[in-house]
Design a protein. Structure first.
Lengths: 256, 360, 182
């Protein structure tokens, strides 16, 4: 026991849970990317020292309960409407850091109008977009970003473009809008990828105070439950298939 | 001396918002209420009071901007007309569920569907009974003049914040388009950040170390938690019914016959009452000012006094259901309405009144 | 007193603004007013009309279908509203806007060639003020000083330089209005 408390000295600390993550046990499936993204969002807010100036908008979808996990003020939006809430929040409280956290069903399907117009107006907000190509919360239905041939509960024979249309690359679409400042696509499947995503999220938060427009960070993610793969298999499948359709890297940066 | 200005009901909403310290307006153009946003844009209040005015991409977005603004404890509002309000019903239900204060102006036009752009009162049931999903009520107040439009913005916010509940100002194309002189009351400044912290301690104002995080949500997956919340809402609605009923009476003290009418219809019925009184028929008028809470006790009381009541509405008969519930069979209750944007004249109402009451 | 007026013509003839200036002038004389336009598709280039009620008492119904005065600027409006003037009421019309003369004999009728007045002043936009002048002559219950105040209140400050021409048109309209039927 003495040995353990001896080791747990601050000077020996190399890694810890961010203070802004609450003690609530996450409801996410083991292997899900949400937990990692939540952690780096909490780290960014903590490192920037902006807990009392940050307002998060959570979506409808698996991350509807994001407000249970990051210790900041939250608004829970109706399905797809988070960018509208964020727009008003930022315009009425310009000294606050305002971000939405949305999945692909929320942002790229039911909420397309809200995200496109928030981008087009150049709202000074941050959008964190979790793209796992499936509806997780409702049990694995087709999402707008579901890959061709991919099996879901509403495309049991694989996504067929004749029947179900094509995967939507909404991030590239948004990059074409004049109101967006920083658009990037990242992932969190390796330690290096996590670091890159964290840096991108931090850059988004910083840009949101520079009056340059909207920052949009897509995180290509896994849904091992929905994909019916183990976490390790899911990561491999994502690299092999998702990254082909959704290649990683910065797409737009107006300050570069 | 307070200034008196000739203005449209729609303009009065906009000017009142600026002068009563409203923080934000989010809307989408639709006839017959587009003057609300046009007036705000012309007045540029962001340069004077700092009020935010934004044209959204849809009514869906407008109401969700209102949701976001209200979550921050700000006084925020929107306005629309019938089809736009239908689109907003999702957001209104969420705001009722998250107990968010806001003011929504509905300048009604004829429906269903795209309908007409002429005046109507056919959103009574939508506003008073719900509109969106779930067990909830908005507080609904019905102006009958541009002056009411001006006054009800501030009153609406007072009620909205007192009860943490959406308030609907249920107007119609006549009241929106009608110009009359409006008395401008002294200016009320916007609330300071400190005042918002005091008045809306529940708001998402940024979490300091000293308090728990504030979460604005309408979600509870647990049935018992949700039921407990539903019953909390019920208790709130009961308090509202107890405290906030408002109505206007015209010649009710000795009335043998009663008109019940709200908004523009109440003014037309006032003229009909005058015509009948000149003929020696003791008619009276009850104008519900709050449609929710409905003046049911007052109507129940008058049911024991009058020979009959008539509900006069620009629809197929919506409020009349509430009048009948309040009367509970104690006197005959008739209805006369016009639809599609057509408006009755006082003489027409007098004729229908006589038919219903078998009077010459 | 209570005066129920309809003003009707084509969109662009200044029907709504004439009604507004009349209503504002009455407010300046401490009278009660309502101004209710027809609105909707007809605003887009078709006919436009507005009902103005002026009273020394609170006004109940803003909706009227019988008029003490009809101010008529085109044929469609004459066809539609001539029959709705109360017996003993007043009709004011611009002869250049109509092809058929009024038929009523139980009302007082004035005509005003407002185009000529506007032309003599050199500003087509004061057309409606010439018509208003004819009305003020036929129904002399508003003091000129209140009409001028009404003008000032109705016209945005940035256009204040047009007020003298509008006033001139009102005065010329008063002079040139012709009594057609007593």
């Amino acid at each position: 026991m003495d040995i353990i408390s001896d080791i747990k000295k601050p000077e020996n600390m190399v890694y810890g849970r961010p203070a802004l993550l609450t003690d609530n046990v996450m409801h996410y499936c083991p292997g899900c990317s949400h937990g990692t993204v939540h952690k780096i969002v909490a780290e960014v807010i903590e490192e920037m020292g902006i807990q009392d100036r940050t307002i998060g908008i959570s979506p409808v979808g698996c991350s509807v309960f994001a407000y249970n996990y990051i210790d900041i003020d939250w608004q829970e939006a109706a399905h797809g409407r988070a960018p509208a809430l964020a727009t008003a929040t930022k315009r009425l409280c310009p000294d606050k850091y305002v971000f939405t956290y949305q999945g692909d069903g929320d942002l790229a399907s039911i909420g397309t109008a809200e995200i496109i117009h928030a981008c087009s107006r150049g709202e000074n907000i941050v959008v964190i977009f979790i793209n796992n190509g499936i509806y997780g919360m409702t049990g694995g239905q087709m999402a707008p970003t579901t890959l061709l041939g991919m099996k879901t509960s509403t495309t049991p024979y694989g996504r067929d473009p004749k029947l179900n249309g094509f995967p939507l690359k909404i991030t590239e679409m948004l990059a074409a809008l004049d109101g967006t400042a920083f658009i990037t696509r990242q992932s969190v499947h390796t330690a290096a990828a996590v670091r890159k995503t964290k840096n991108a999220i931090r850059k988004g938060f910083e840009y949101s105070m520079k009056d340059v427009g909207l920052s949009f960070i897509e995180v290509v993610s896994t849904c091992n439950s929905g994909w019916k793969l183990s976490p390790v298999e899911a990561n491999a499948w994502m690299v092999e298939h998702m990254f082909v359709k959704y290649p990683l890297g910065d797409i737009k940066d107006v300050l570069k | 001396m307070t200034e008196k200005i000739l203005m449209k009901g729609n303009e009065a909403i906009a000017i009142s918002a600026i002068r009563n310290g409203v923080d934000g307006y989010f809307g989408y153009p639709i006839t017959p209420q587009s003057e609300v946003m046009e007036t705000l844009m012309k007045e540029k209040p962001w340069e004077t009071t700092g009020m935010v005015v934004l044209q959204a991409e849809s009514e869906l977005s407008s109401i969700n901007m209102v949701y976001g603004g209200a979550s921050c404890g700000k006084k925020v509002m929107t306005s629309s007309s019938s089809p736009g309000i239908s689109l907003m019903c999702e957001g209104i239900s969420y705001m009722a569920g998250a107990e968010l204060p806001c003011v929504i102006v509905d300048v009604m036009r004829g429906g269903p569907g795209l309908g007409t752009i002429q005046p109507s009162q056919s959103d009574y049931s939508q506003s008073v009974k719900g509109g969106g999903h779930g067990d909830y009520h908005c507080i609904v107040i019905a102006p009958a003049s541009p002056q009411d439009m001006y006054d009800y913005v501030d009153w609406g916010f007072e009620l909205a914040f007192k009860y943490r509940n959406p308030v609907i100002i249920l107007a119609d194309g006549i009241i929106g388009q009608l110009m009359e002189k409006v008395e401008l009351h002294p200016v009320k400044p916007r609330r300071t950040a400190e005042e918002i912290l005091r008045d809306a301690p529940w708001a998402t104002t940024g979490k300091p170390a000293s308090r728990q995080r504030n979460i604005i949500t309408s979600l509870s997956l647990d049935a018992n938690t949700q039921e407990e919340f539903n019953r909390k809402l019920l208790a709130k609605y009961e308090t509202i019914k107890e405290n906030e009923v408002k109505f206007c009476e015209y010649h009710t003290e000795d009335a043998e016959y009663l008109f019940v009418a709200f908004g523009c219809s109440s003014r037309i019925c006032e003229a009909a009452t005058d015509i009948l009184r000149e003929e020696g028929i003791k008619a009276g008028l009850l104008r519900p000012v709050t449609l929710y809470p409905f003046p049911e006790k007052k109507i129940a009381g008058l049911a024991g006094q009058v020979k009959s009541m008539m509900s006069i509405e620009l629809n197929l008969g919506q409020m009349v259901e509430d009048v009948r519930l309040a009367v509970n069979g104690r006197c005959p209750v008739g209805f006369y309405g016009r639809q599609g944007g057509n408006i009755y004249t006082p003489e027409e109402i007098v004729d229908e009144f006589k038919k219903f009451n078998n009077l010459k | 007193m209570k005066e129920e007026i309809i003003i009707a013509g084509f969109g662009g003839q200044g029907v709504l603004s004439m009604g507004k200036i009349l209503a504002y002038s009455a407010i300046m004389q401490d009278l009660e007013v309502t101004w209710m336009p027809s609105y909707g598709p007809e605003m887009r280039g078709g006919t436009a009309n507005v009902c103005v009620i002026i009273s020394d008492k609170k006004i109940s119904s803003p909706i009227i279908t019988r008029y003490d005065t009809a101010i008529i600027l085109n044929q469609q409006s004459l066809d539609k509203f001539e029959k709705s003037i109360k017996p003993g009421g007043l009709l004011i019309y611009d002869p250049s806007g109509i092809t058929r003369a009024p038929e009523r004999t139980d009302i007082k009728i004035y005509s005003i060639d407002a185009i000529e007045v506007a032309a003599s002043i050199g500003n087509a936009k004061v057309y409606n003020m010439a018509v208003l002048g004819a009305y003020l002559k036929a129904r002399p219950f508003l003091e000129m000083k209140n009409v001028v105040k009404g003008l000032e209140k109705s016209i945005p400050a940035r256009y204040a330089d047009v007020i003298p021409k509008n006033r001139e048109a009102i005065e010329k309209g008063m002079e040139q209005a012709k009594l057609v039927l007593e």
